[in-house]
Write a protein that binds this ligand. Structure first.
Ligand SMILES: Cc1cc2nc3c(=O)[nH]c(=O)nc-3n(C[C@H](O)[C@H](O)[C@H](O)COP(=O)(O)OP(=O)(O)OC[C@H]3O[C@@H](n4cnc5c(N)ncnc54)[C@H](O)[C@@H]3O)c2cc1C
Length: 306
């Protein structure tokens, strides 16, 4: 397939970039390994995206984004980009669906959840260890569960899990939450949530499914065992950018792509947008902003080639 612009990733950044590119009449391909939606699909409720004063479910919001892009002709390619290379002055994307050649590329591949990296985590993933409350929450009806983390996602998802669980222990390694104040207030006031401060998970135990977690209090040095039926882990994200080498982009020490304020990487014609790039605030609204900006810059770049 030969196109002017290839967009990799159909989360909020990629779908917004598509809408802008399609309205600029660019011949555009948008490819995603899972279909459209990105991380928004795993979000129960979004109450900070403008235009939805009552909030909107993550699923519904992602469907609105998709519908909007489809109005401008989107036919997403379902496939994984395995490698991105420079070919003459253009780009070659090696994908699971065959090669795509493009004059310009926007990388909007987002991020995936970080692992705790403790014994038992890998073996018990899908057997009580989860990284997605909307996907797995209903399996934990009336159970005692743990949520690990202290940022927005951890607190928001702990609150969501109170719908199902009998009790939610929120395990945080510091003595205060990082989450935004309104979420902190809700968690602190919630009768089903108990926060365990200054504590890390050292091990997840269970024969065929999660039975307990071993905890270590970083202030007192005490170790304890907590019986839980599930562990939800929200301890940050890692970028999905392994398919791009250092000859094309610079990355920070965690692997996020470095861009300028206009989403340009060090390679002319190659842009990055959304959670995959180095930035302070990784949210749906900022991903959309990045996508719009990257598409605008790609259009300018393609014009400069003509
Ligand atoms: C549980 C949870 C709750 C959240 N709650 C909120 C909230 O309330 N409000 C808010 O503003 N933000 C929230 N966020 C953050 C928000 O979802 C992200 O900031 C946003 O989705 C980033 O969009 P993106 O387009 O950059 O990337 P993503 O949404 O991560 O989308 C990237 C897409 O790229 C695809 N992809 C990756 N690699 C490849 C490849 N090699 N080939 C092809 N396709 C690929 C993926 O399949 C994915 O669809 C939440 C996140 C999580 C996980």
């Amino acid at each position: 397939m030969d196109v002017q612009l290839a967009i990799v990733g159909a989360g909020p950044a990629g779908l917004t970039a598509y809408i802008y590119a399609a309205r600029a009449r660019l011949k555009t391909a948008l490819i995603d390994k899972l279909g459209a939606g990105g991380q928004v699909l795993t979000t129960d409720w979004v109450e900070n995206y403008p235009g939805f004063p009552e909030g909107i479910s993550g699923y519904d919001l992602s469907q609105q984004f998709l519908k909007h892009a489809q109005r401008f002709g989107l036919e997403p390619v379902i496939g994984e980009v395995q490698k991105l290379v420079r070919e003459n002055k253009a780009f070659l994307l090696e994908t699971s669906q065959g090669p795509i050649r493009a004059q310009a590329v926007i990388v909007a591949t987002g991020a995936r959840p970080n692992r705790l990296g403790v014994p038992g985590e890998e073996e018990l993933t899908g057997k009580g260890v989860s990284y997605c409350a909307t996907c797995d929450g209903p399996f934990f009806l009336n159970q005692v569960i743990a949520v690990v983390g202290g940022g927005n996602t951890a607190v928001q998802e702990a609150l969501y899990l109170t719908r199902f669980a009998q009790k939610v222990f929120l395990i945080h390694r510091r003595d205060r939450l990082r989450a935004t104040k309104i979420l902190q207030e809700r968690a602190l006031a919630h009768e089903k949530i108990q926060i365990i401060w200054d504590t890390v998970v050292e091990r997840i135990e269970g024969q065929t499914e999660v039975e307990a977690i071993q905890l270590y209090n970083r202030k007192t040095g005490q170790r304890s065992r907590l019986e839980v039926g599930g562990v939800f882990i929200f301890v940050g994200i890692i970028p999905q950018a392994d398919f791009i080498g250092p000859e094309l982009v610079d990355k920070d020490d965690r692997g996020f792509i470095i861009t300028d304020a206009e989403m340009a990487t060090k390679t002319p014609g190659l842009f990055a947008a959304g959670d995959v790039r180095v930035k302070a605030c990784r949210q749906i609204v900022t991903a959309c902003g990045d996508g719009a900006c990257a598409a605008y810059q790609a259009e300018q770049y393609l014009d400069s080639l003509a």
